[in-house]
Design a protein around this ligand. Structure first.
Ligand code: CA
Length: 230
């Protein structure tokens, strides 16, 4: 098994060093960030397998950072474990509502920490290796390859993410603004018309295979992916 990377986001140096030391000793490759900005750049550089997220950070709360990661299709499958001194049940629920996958309260034992990291890795790897299909159209989320039979479908990164989103959410109508939130990420400013442009490109890429009709226009409402039409 390849070495897994854990990103530790923690501004208190003694805790960060202790976490990094123990995770390193357990065989993980550890990256550390001491605020939200560093965490974002570490993630953009190299996608970690698990994020250990402190609640209170100097620039952005760990909660808000978790929300951002879970809104972005490129990062939303990364398991996030919130690490905090707050033990109140309301706070735990708030963390889970923000999209955190698990929760660990300080002080915790190293055994508990390692058990939670292992559990997060087990859950995380299932979604990474997804193969999504509609008819003969096949999207391999691990390799980012889209194929129809033996033939590769060439897509730009945005069209790829759009197709992945549709394959994961078939049958439902999504408005342009919902697609912008889910596929582009809520914190970028893009005009709604941009969605139409990328839908057009995605349909065009699928046309030679006869799969352009998978993406239906719901007049005045948005778009729907209909695998039943294959
Ligand atoms: Ca802190």
């Amino acid at each position: 098994m390849s070495q897994k990377t854990i990103l530790v986001v923690e501004d208190e140096r003694p805790i960060r060093d202790m976490l990094a030391f123990n995770l390193g000793r357990a065989g993980y490759d550890v990256e550390a960030a001491d605020d939200g900005r560093q965490a974002r750049s570490a993630i953009a550089n190299r996608c970690p397998d698990v994020v250990l997220m402190d609640w209170m950070l100097p620039d952005v709360s760990g909660l808000e950072l978790t929300r951002q990661l879970k809104r972005d299709p490129r990062t939303r499958t990364i398991p996030v474990i919130m690490v905090t001194a707050l033990s109140d049940e309301d706070d735990r629920v708030t963390g889970l509502d923000a999209g955190a996958d698990d929760y660990i309260v300080k002080p915790f034992s190293q055994r508990e920490l390692l058990a939670r990291v292992r559990a997060a890795l087990r859950r995380g790897s299932a979604s990474d290796d997804d193969v999504l299909t509609a008819g003969r159209l096949r999207l391999d989320a691990a390799s980012h390859l889209v194929t129809v039979g033996e033939e590769a479908v060439s897509l730009s990164p945005t069209e790829y993410r759009l197709l992945e989103f549709f394959l994961r959410h078939p049958g439902r109508v999504y408005s342009r603004s919902q697609l912008l939130d889910s596929v582009w990420g809520g914190n970028v400013y893009v005009e709604e018309r941009t969605v139409d442009v990328h839908i057009r490109r995605l349909r065009k890429a699928l046309t030679p295979f006869g799969y352009d009709t998978l993406i239906r226009t719901a007049r005045g409402a948005g778009y729907r992916f209909s695998p039943g039409k294959v």
